[in-house]
Design a protein around this ligand. Structure first.
Ligand code: SF4
Length: 205
């Protein structure tokens, strides 16, 4: 809306990291990961400040072989980056995604289907963070130039109020984050998928 200043989520993250640096604290963080390329830069930013656990929960991805491949690439990345980071893997179950996408199949990316898809995954991450008593939770999704960063953060803020676990606001594109993720993808020879994840995004390629 005109005249309403936009929240600078990149700055919010910078400020949070500075605060942690000053305090010397290293809280636990449940980091929802959509894929290895998006996780690469994000991990280089956060690993110093948080005790991270990755959370692979993406029922939107189709077909199952693609889901398994993206998850295995994430595991390989963590191994090759020599990071001591556990990964919680959700079993492949696309039913909730097809339920939420009903009637929205034909919408373009960034529309209502994508909002519901993102909200579903963030809500799962918030619930898991609460269940396992993490200090904070967040997602790698804000690194994507194809996604609505403000929506992702607003949604995270709403879910933190619901689940009681603080959400780490972010815009991982800042400081050339997206460019860095492409460089790291080359360095680690990561699979960079050419569609977002669901069959509808695959069809629109
Ligand atoms: S295009 Fe991506 S964000 Fe949108 S519904 Fe499909 S998988 Fe989810």
């Amino acid at each position: 809306m005109d005249g309403v200043p936009k929240t600078n989520y990149g700055l919010l993250l910078d400020n949070k990291l500075k605060e942690l640096d000053k305090s010397g604290e290293r809280p636990t963080l449940l980091l929802h990961a959509c894929c290895a390329p998006c996780s690469s830069h994000t991990l280089t930013v956060l690993d110093k400040y948080f005790r991270i656990t990755l959370y692979f929960c993406n029922p939107n991805i189709a077909p199952e072989e693609e889901y398994i491949f993206r998850m295995n690439e994430l595991k390989r990345l963590v191994r090759e980056m020599a990071l001591d980071i556990p990964i919680i893997e959700e079993k492949y179950d696309p039913v909730p995604f097809y339920e939420l996408a009903k009637g929205l199949e034909e919408l373009p990316e960034r529309g209502e289907r994508c909002q519901k898809c993102i909200a579903y995954r963030l809500r799962k991450a918030g619930a898991k963070a609460k269940e396992l008593e993490f200090d904070m939770f967040t997602t790698t999704l804000t690194i994507s130039p194809h996604k609505d960063c403000a929506f992702i953060n607003e949604c995270g803020g709403q879910i933190q109020d619901e689940c009681g676990v603080p959400y780490l606001f972010s815009d991982f594109k800042k400081h050339d984050g997206y460019k860095h993720s492409i460089e790291l993808s080359k360095q680690y020879n990561l699979y960079r998928q050419n569609y977002c994840g669901c069959i509808y995004s695959k069809k629109s390629d």
